[in-house]
Design a protein around this ligand. Structure first.
Ligand code: F0G
Length: 429
């Protein structure tokens, strides 16, 4: 089945064998376009349901289960997979009531092999790198992309090269990149500058770029929507709420949702709500200004995963917002960390950036944009263990400028039986 690359601005097409990330003719972003023509009759809930619980690759993966929509022409022997996806969809009434709504589902992408949604894009990105015969792959990262790329590159026997901002990466993520054997460059530059640098270096040295500007990444990430809808038995929620940083996920969601509509898996589109941190809110500002003049920002937020001021997928995210009558909201670091404490406190947990989904949904309910009775699906993008410093800092009340509303303070107790019994007595449920 034919797939090609196509510019989202001028529609120029390129063969998928080309190592190219933006349009030669106009500089626009590229989509991977699949011709579903031949197989659209076989694409059905029954096809994908029939693969649930598969033990054998590639259909044991929650990405490759949807192969016909992700990369139809791929040879199974080229696929580099860690059985990513297959993440849980939780219905969480306590979190819903915190956010002021009746029905909230949270899809936990932190349950992927390296602890974030990036694995879904990395299986397709590294598979494409293998098809192209690449030996080296690179990315700039706030942490999760690098952890994921390092893992998949190691599985594929490739050298992974990661560009990181000095001191600004959560410990869990840094540890993964090092452990998986990637070449880690700590550079005194923020994510946005590192993104420019990795593009230049990759071009100069013929290294395959695996940031989400690479359209094959987004093909894998679309499967978050496929799997979520499958879990909801193809019943479309009113809202999908997702954090926005480099805007790869929101872009992928827009494309995946539209494709599901095109092949008849769903009968309408949900509305997309993209949530940014107040200190890293270039899309929010642009949205508020009616998309007139885009301005990058100098990003600062405790949610280091989304500390991004100049997102590379901007145009695709705007397109996704247009397709889905979407909205953009912003939330403060205080709101992010309080929402995180609520998600953590019900025993599910997530990293700070992920909590934007709940904090943002809450704001949108308060502003009357999401209605209490709407069905809302939020995406938790990363695992609670990714950023232990932020979690402990919150509960120890040691985060500058923040005061924890949902604190679980650690208790210092003497080595003394009576003292311990007294403390627990004071805290009996
Ligand atoms: N949540 C988490 C946990 C992330 O790691 C990221 C992005 C996002 C949300 C935002 O997703 O970029 O698709 O809008 N992390 C990238 C990284 C930038 O390098 O790990 P996005």
């Amino acid at each position: 089945m034919a797939s090609s690359l196509q510019c989202i601005d001028c529609a120029q097409q390129y063969p998928i064998q080309r190592v190219i990330y933006t349009c030669d003719a106009c500089g626009g972003l590229l989509d991977v376009r699949h011709d579903f023509g031949d197989s659209s009759s076989e694409i059905s809930p029954a096809l994908f349901d029939g693969r649930l619980g598969a033990f054998i690759a590639p259909y044991s993966s929650g990405v490759w289960r949807f192969k016909e929509l992700v990369y139809p022409g791929v040879d199974d022997s080229d696929i580099v997979s860690r059985m990513e996806g297959n993440t849980n969809l939780y219905e969480l009434p306590r979190v819903a009531s915190y956010a002021g709504m009746d029905t909230l589902f949270l899809k936990h992408e932190g349950e992927n092999p390296t602890g974030s949604f990036k694995d879904r894009g990395m299986t397709t990105g590294v598979t494409q790198a293998r098809i192209l015969g690449m030996e080296r792959v690179a990315c700039a990262s706030t942490g999760n992309t690098s952890a994921s790329m390092a893992s998949y590159a190691a599985r594929a026997g490739m050298q992974g090269i990661i560009f990181l901002q000095n001191q600004q990466i959560a410990l869990g993520k840094l540890a993964q990149g090092i452990a998986f054997g990637a070449t880690c460059l700590q550079i005194n530059a923020d994510f946005d500058r590192n993104m420019e640098l990795v593009r230049l270096v990759s071009e100069k040295l013929g290294i395959y770029l695996l940031n989400s500007i690479n359209p094959f990444r987004l093909e894998g990430q679309k499967s978050i929507m496929f799997e979520a809808l499958q879990q909801l038995r193809w019943s479309v929620p009113d809202w999908i709420v997702v954090p926005g940083g480099n805007l790869g996920n929101s872009s992928a969601f827009g494309k995946g949702l539209l494709e599901m509509l095109q092949v008849g898996l769903i009968d309408r589109l949900p509305r997309l709500a993209i949530i940014q941190a107040e200190g890293a809110n270039p899309l929010y500002r642009h949205f508020r200004d009616g998309f007139r003049q885009f301005e990058a920002v100098n990003a600062e937020t405790i949610a280091t995963a989304i500390k991004i001021g100049n997102p590379v997928n901007l145009q695709k995210a705007i397109r996704a917002l247009e397709w889905t009558s979407g909205v953009v909201e912003q939330v403060s670091d205080q709101q992010i960390m309080d929402a995180k404490a609520i998600i953590d406190g019900v025993g599910i947990g997530c990293e700070p950036a992920s909590a934007c989904s709940v904090a943002g949904a809450k704001r949108l309910v308060e502003r009357g944009i999401i209605k209490r009775g709407d069905t809302v699906l939020g995406v938790l993008t990363g695992h609670v263990l990714k950023d232990p410093e932020a979690t402990i800092g919150y509960h120890a009340d040691q985060l500058p400028g923040l005061s924890p509303k949902h604190r679980n303070a650690m208790l210092q107790v003497e080595d003394d039986l009576d003292a311990i019994v007294r403390v627990l007595g004071d805290r009996a449920p």
